[in-house]
Design a protein around this ligand. Structure first.
Ligand code: FAD
Length: 510
């Protein structure tokens, strides 16, 4: 049965996969169309296997997640309860420059004066940029929450924030909510075979319970395997392995110690051949080592991870995950779109994966239902946008590596010009003289603002030679005012914001 040309009938979306990608897509699309009310033109079915586990990681998010959860209709408090969630106000990058305890922040709040005055020429020590222009690093260093108990849920009026979430609990919560509140149909079964009439069209999927599902749109959320778009339709991958060297991760769930603090930021600590993420939840920490097997062994990588978490956690079992860096050339092909790991993956240094899932799901929600004749047009547009986004993400992640001064072969190789994409080299050629500016990121589909590039570049000590345009930089008085104002705001926040852990405990108890 083919519904695609008959717009009087509901169009059917079949999502294959029940990890974060599958359930987030189901929830975003179903909520937008109020599928549960039964009056819209969409029918959404999610099929997931009980035999194939989810990837089980992916706990750091981007501030976009706030609106996503709100739009889905979830209570923020409920999200915190069910997912042992905590606030994330940015990233702290430790030892990325020379490995002697150096650190810089990529906070989520833009620098004070952003869009009014270019602060970099005035801050003196450029590596101090985030410190001088933003309060959030100070708040993070003191483990503070982004708001007070008197503020409403989802309020980010004081500080821009995202979340740390227990990945398994997050998918479970989205599943329950999608089924009970949003009208998503759920089938627990394994897709045994996929029928395709060409490399552009999936006809149906056959499940191990004998069911055959057809659809107007198939959403491939099957994880790294990419059962529909990759295996069945044979879509090729644009590899980024020559730019981003990491290809493995070891992940641990670390219990909290007594009197623990919950860090309100993701810490990424550089190691000899990779880096370790440290994500604080209210129930535990998620800690993992991302590394390159071209520069270290699995045994050594595990040793490094165990040194990081300490002997007291020696009994914890680490899980190994292998991956390649890259993305599908055409992420939406014919009547099949990949969302999540099936679309692509790059190391989780800036939590871009869940953000791309949100963007993709929103795009599906905005486009569907769709006449068959329009599908090639929207898919082509989507692919163009996604190609751009993936390239930008790869450039932005690489940016974190290229100004390191570390001596290990991994770090030396990472700053080799041959591994830097031409697009990033071009940007740097300009930024050498004036730093990243808002106008460089004017595209509506841009993911990271100029502020993000400024925090990372300046945080690593990249100091543009502003002398060519020195006549622009005659705003010393204004810049000094901004710096003073930032000090004042910082003092206000430090004296008024509560401790992060206390806030969560008191809020959830209220
Ligand atoms: P999976 O979780 O693998 O789910 C696949 C689903 O498909 C499962 O339900 C499975 O049962 C189902 N399935 C597979 N085959 C079949 C079949 N034949 N029939 C039926 N069902 C099938 N992202 C972030 O944004 N922030 C982070 O901090 C972050 N950290 C990460 C750390 C690591 C080490 C890795 C590897 C990834 C990280 N990610 C992160 C990415 C993030 O984990 C994923 O984007 C996210 O979990 C979505 O995964 P998924 O749903 O696409 O795939």
């Amino acid at each position: 049965m083919n519904h695609s040309s008959d717009t009087s009938k509901k169009q059917r979306i079949v999502i294959v996969g029940g990890g974060t990608a599958g359930w987030l897509t189901a929830a975003i699309v179903a909520a937008k169309h109020k599928v549960a009310m039964g009056e819209c033109g969409l029918d959404i079915t999610l099929v997931e296997s009980s035999d194939i586990p989810t990837v089980g990681v992916g706990e750091g998010t981007w501030p976009t997640m706030r609106n996503t959860l709100k739009d889905i209709g979830l209570s923020e408090k409920e999200v915190f309860r069910r997912c042992s969630a905590a606030f994330k106000q940015g990233g702290k990058f430790v030892n990325w420059v020379n490995g002697d305890g150096d650190f810089y922040y990529h906070p989520f709040t833009v620098p004070l004066g952003y869009g009014r005055v270019e602060m970099a020429p005035y801050v003196g020590d450029i590596a101090n940029f985030a410190n001088a222009t933003n309060f959030q690093q100070h708040v993070c260093e003191r483990n503070m929450a982004p708001r007070t108990l008197s503020e409403q849920e989802y309020s980010s009026a004081q500080s821009n924030y995202a979340y740390h979430l227990d990945a398994g609990a997050f998918a479970d919560m989205l599943r329950d909510f999608s089924k009970t509140e949003l009208g998503v149909k759920h089938i627990v079964a394994t897709v045994e075979s996929v029928a395709a009439s060409s490399s552009e069209h999936v006809e149906s999927v056959t499940l191990n319970n004998g069911m055959v599902l057809d659809a107007d749109l198939f959403v491939d959320c099957s994880g790294f395997r990419s059962l529909l778009l990759g295996e069945t339709l044979g879509e090729s991958v644009v590899s980024a392995d020559d730019v981003l060297f990491n290809n493995s991760a070891l992940a641990l769930h670390v219990p909290h110690e007594e009197d623990f603090e919950i860090k309100p930021y993701t810490q990424a600590t550089a190691q000899e051949a990779g880096w370790i993420w440290d994500i604080g939840l209210s129930s535990r920490r998620g800690v993992g080592h991302v590394y390159s097997t071209d520069f270290t062994t699995d045994e050594r990588a595990e040793e490094v991870l165990r040194q990081y978490v300490g002997d007291e956690h020696g009994d914890l079992k680490a899980r190994t995950i292998r991956f390649n860096s890259g993305y599908k050339k055409r992420i939406w092909k014919g009547n099949c779109i990949a969302v999540g790991l099936s679309a692509g993956f790059v190391e989780p240094l800036e939590a871009t994966a869940l953000m791309l899932i949100e963007i993709s799901a929103r795009y599906i929600a905005e486009q569907m239902p769709l006449p068959t004749s329009a599908m090639p047009i929207v898919s082509q547009r989507f692919n163009k946008q996604m190609n751009y986004r993936w390239q930008r993400i790869i450039d932005f992640l690489k940016l974190h590596y290229i100004f390191n001064q570390r001596s290990e072969p991994y770090w030396v190789a990472n700053r080799d010009a041959a591994s830097i994409p031409d697009s990033l080299k071009e940007d740097l050629e300009i930024w050498k003289y004036r730093g990243p500016q808002i106008a460089d990121f004017s595209a509506a589909i841009e993911l990271f603002p100029a502020a993000s590039y400024q925090y990372v570049l300046y945080g690593m000590g990249f100091s543009p030679d502003f002398s060519l345009q020195s006549h622009f930089y005659n705003e010393r008085d204004l810049a000094d005012k901004v710096i003073k104002q930032n000090q004042l705001i910082t003092q206000q926040k430090l004296s008024s914001l509560p401790n992060h852990r206390d806030y969560i405990e008191q809020w959830l108890a209220s």
